[in-house]
Design a protein around this ligand. Sequence first.
Ligand code: HEC
Length: 176
Amino acid sequence: MLEALRSARRGPFLLIVPVVAALGGCKPIKEGGYESVTSRTPAYQAQLAEATNPPPPPVVAGLGAGGSGPKLVAKNLPAGVTQAMVDQGQEMFGTVCAACHGPGGTGTASAPALNDDKWLWISGQYPEIVARIESGVPQPKEHPAPMPPRGGGSFSDDQVKQIAAYVYALSHQGGA
Ligand code: HEC
């Protein structure tokens, strides 16, 4: 009689344990934690990763470091000068030359425009442009401060030719 009473009391108690466990969200643990915790779902984790470490903005040729505008498509390049050289020159122009000559060679108070057919030192032929970049301008005619050799940049001979290709293309956009 006492035995029966005991098991009758224990009965409902034993039932409650699994029910509470089920309601309480004690699901089997998956790798990485409980699925039901929002911040642990793969989707949320991906969102979080993106928010705290966003991808860099798209790179536009000629912008960014250079700020020299959209990619320049050259016309009537002289023999030995290629569009690839113009492209490379455009990148390098932006890193040094644009500081004085302006983005896209449009000119500033420090240095003349290079995107027109008016020149102070040369007639605009390709070899002259190369030579002028090499030498710089120790005593400017119309601007306050000199241009250092190679614009002050540490460019190789090939790089100077590429920058000159870009300057040539800039100043001959109407044709040869
Ligand atoms: C510190 C400023 C400065 C930097 C940097 C600079 N220049 Fe110059 N540049 C000048 C000045 C000043 C002149 C001469 C303007 C004058 O005589 O009044 C000049 C002249 C020139 C000329 C001759 C223009 C003409 O009308 O005959 C060319 C070509 C030229 N620069 C290209 C470049 C290139 C390419 C770079 C980069 C490698 C560069 N410069 C970097 C200041 C600069």
